[in-house]
Design a protein around this ligand. Sequence first.
Ligand code: BG6
Length: 498
Amino acid sequence: MSQAKIPAAPPCTLFLFGASGDLVKRLLMPALYNLSRDGLLDRNLRIVGVDHNAASSEEFAERLHSFMANREQGATKNLDEKVWARLAKRLDYQTGDFLDPATYQALAKRVEGTRHGNAIFYLATSPRFFPEVAQRLGEAGLLDESAGGFRRVVIEKPFGTDLASAEALNACLLKVMHERQIYRIDHYLGKETVQNILVSRFSNGLFESFWNNHYIDHVQITAAETVGVETRGAFYDNTGALRDMVPNHLFQLLAMVAMEPPAAFGADAVRGEKAKVIGAIRPWSTKMALKNSVRGQYSVGKQGRKRVPGYREEANVAPDSQTETYVALKVMIDNWRWAGVPFYLRTGKRMSVRDTEIAICFKPAPYAQFRESELERPKPNYLKIQIQPNEGMWFDLQAKRPGPEMIMENVELGFAYKDFFKMPPATGYETLIYDCLTGDQTLFQRADNIENGWRAVQPFLDAWASESKVHEYPAGEDGPEAGNELLSRDKREWHSLG
Ligand code: BG6
């Protein structure tokens, strides 16, 4: 967002369900702080924390302040007290049980007391509350827009645990509200580098000429993390890397790379193209799903110099857990542009480096021009789009090393964000919250986007339910050997990370 010309979002009462949780203090409130600093919040925007534990508005504000002011990293490092004071004035707190109708009556009173009547209900809660809260909001009349104010509901991840549960949740939400009122979050879409994929592809005529199966050999999408499961053992052990990362974050990246140009940059056109491309992922048979997937789990190892425990030693993880902390998949997109081009996806915890990237591997030059020299087998060209942490795009090219001999070397043609743009620290939620306040759904998932994502991973879930092997890999390494074999059997290899 180039701050200068952007108008402040409309006034609204923003209810944060799950106000005592991690998401609110780590991401949502810092994002609101940044929006407030940049003058993007209306004077009449109020933020109301909702949770079951008793607290006053002052205590709620104080708890957030002490967390945000003491961070040594992240978006609120060096908190500006003046900016904070302005934000703190907007804060209220409502004690209430999510299942108790009285809570919703109290919220309704707060909305009735405003002139604008606009309200957003942000469900930063455990997913088991999503249907319950939605139903009660509906029963209390809080989703009724007939008096003129907008009413929107933000749903955090995870949205379902498989296709059937995602369909059931969508059905339940759509009973009490319209699709245009639902904002399903995937925080990857808040990342500048993810949004930039569409701009790069569709605003530079150059790319379209080679963005297809004539020139692209295959595509790799990697989200490598160095962290383990941290304090989320109980959640993660029931979830695993596939559900946690693939139908949502990795498929967002895949959709950005593979979708057709939308007819407009509006929410429906963009989401329609995304739904089509994810819907075109070939549904593997059980045998093919097993052949085209690898599950891994980290064992004890080293992260840098530090010894780190294996996954099964983590808190709240079963000692004989078979949950994957790494997954690698091969998927095919059955459409005109991508026929025959494999997409290899991998994600894992406790890998050697933090690196989220898309590597597009081009077909080799049609014949070996420099047969007599070392140049006979040139390496493939890659376009690397790095989402984080070193944001940018790089083309790997072959160049002649200066000197009398014909020796080839890999060089890079690149664009690093830090060389062109000043990016103030941000959480990634700023754009998403601003868009929700202004009613722009482009960066949110529509029901069909979510369901197509689950539909595409369902064959893997089904195949693993009957037969699943989890390969160990030492923490600090890039997944199990079987993950490399997924590519080497196709005579390919993973692009090196970092
Ligand atoms: C979350 C997952 O959705 O995304 C986490 O639940 C994961 O397990 C995180 O660590 C990764 O997000 P980012 O922005 O750090 O790549």
